[in-house]
Design a protein. Structure first.
Length: 420
């Protein structure tokens, strides 16, 4: 855990805006990271700096050249962070828009016939795009059932449904409802074992803040991120596509460069803020390794993030000091169970005798921000099979502390105590 390394957690927290105080509510513990992580101070400064520049890219003047260089650097930085050894990175309107664009282009570009494969674990962003473009390209959509007990999906589950003519497949890297990560490389290998040419697109939006992205090992064709969920800001999404995917027919200006997937003038500031994210993660990694190699530092950051977040969620589940954990609280159901190695910094709970909306409100009154998930089009795929109409999602990041977990458990103890 970061708190045992002198000064480290303070150094980390000092790099983020509104770390312990909401400008609208006052002091608060931020456990709503799956809705949008805290923003790096460097991102705030960079955004203001670039917003003031009137110039456009591609002109013969020093400002324009600087903007073009900023974008090129950010793309290179993102390639290092994603550990992609080919293909390209580009930005779009949002993670959702990029998933739609990649899945649409894959369905339209793949050879006719066959099917489209996805899983019931997925967020509606990829599921809606895949079902819509399967239908519009006259293909059946095959839905791989996830495991309700673990809140995840395995390679064997995909292997049971993939066919030699599966043309396009989607994978959710980490569920924003159960908090469980999946083994992307194993699922992709299971798909390719049966359908080697399948176009595989991954939703990495919930996973990105939780460390370790290694596209080179995944054998995939597309990966989407929402930067505001990984310490940057709102207003753009970021995608990586393979060379094969990049070569497919796609929306672009007629007569423009064939491999350009960007639509219209880019916001240089958004790209620049992604470099800030990579810089931050490299700095974090440098606290755990003497290596000056960027990938080694990013790898060290990923390992440290995972270990710290595991320590936080373990404390949340099993207790800390004299405080009981969620697992020992009366009437508390934990989605995905208490001892789940796939958990990535997120715990979703339903309390039998406290409605979820009331739990969110009472935690908020005690300065703890969490979020309700309902059995609607966002989360019904996870909650309905568990016979839950709602749950409360407690989502952490590496800048959260054991003290904040203790504050949360103290509040939960009081709220969930059965009436005297
Ligand atoms: C896994 C996952 N996919 C897709 C989305 C949609 O992302 P955005 O609203 O940033 O486009 C979210 C947002 O919560 C998510 O968690």
């Amino acid at each position: 855990m970061f708190e045992t390394q002198p000064g480290l957690i303070d150094d980390i927290r000092a790099r983020f805006a509104h770390v312990d105080t909401c400008p609208f509510q006052g002091p608060r513990v931020f456990f709503e990271n799956a809705g949008g992580a805290l923003t790096l101070n460097s991102v705030v400064e960079t955004t203001a700096r670039y917003a003031a520049i009137p110039d456009n890219q591609g002109r013969d003047n020093p400002a324009s050249a600087a903007l073009v260089a900023t974008i090129a650097k950010a793309k290179a930085d993102a390639m290092v962070m994603l550990n992609a050894d080919g293909g390209q990175v580009f930005v779009g309107e949002s993670g959702t828009e990029l998933l739609f664009r990649m899945i649409r282009s894959a369905c339209l570009g793949a050879p006719k016939g066959g099917n489209v494969l996805g899983s019931t674990l997925e967020h509606p962003a990829s599921r809606s795009a895949a079902t819509r473009w399967a239908e519009l390209t006259n293909r059946p959509y095959i839905s791989v059932p996830h495991d309700n007990a673990t809140g995840a999906v395995e390679a064997a589950d995909y292997a049971a449904h993939v066919t030699p003519d599966t043309r396009v497949a989607t994978i959710l890297h980490t569920s924003p409802v159960t908090g469980m990560g999946v083994d992307v490389a194993a699922i992709s290998a299971a798909i390719r074992a049966v359908s080697p040419e399948c176009l595989i697109i991954v939703d990495g939006i919930q996973h990105a803040a939780h460390g370790h992205i290694d596209i080179a090992s995944y054998g995939i064709d597309g990966y989407a991120i929402s930067p505001y969920k990984v310490f940057s800001r709102h207003g753009y999404g970021l995608a990586w596509i393979s060379g094969r995917m990049g070569g497919l027919s796609h929306d672009a200006l007629a007569g423009g460069p064939a491999e350009n997937w960007e639509l219209g003038t880019r916001d240089t500031g958004s790209y620049a803020t992604f470099s800030d994210v990579v810089d931050y993660l490299e700095w974090l990694g440098s606290q755990f390794t003497d290596s000056t190699d960027r990938r080694a530092r990013l790898g060290a950051a990923g390992t440290a993030i995972h270990a710290h977040e595991k320590s936080l969620t373990d404390a949340m589940l099993s207790g800390i000091g004299n405080l009981k954990g969620l697992a020992d609280m009366e009437g508390v159901e934990i989605i995905g169970g208490t001892d789940n190695p796939r958990r990535e910094g997120l715990v979703s709970v339903a309390v039998r005798h406290v409605p979820s909306d009331e739990l969110v409100k009472r935690l908020s009154e005690q300065g703890i921000r969490v979020h309700i998930r309902k059995d609607d089009h966002y989360s019904g795929n996870i909650l309905k099979p568990l016979n839950l109409s709602s749950c409360v999602r407690v989502s952490l990041c590496h800048y959260n502390t054991h003290q904040e977990v203790a504050q949360f458990l103290t509040a939960m103890q009081e709220i969930t105590a059965p009436p005297a």
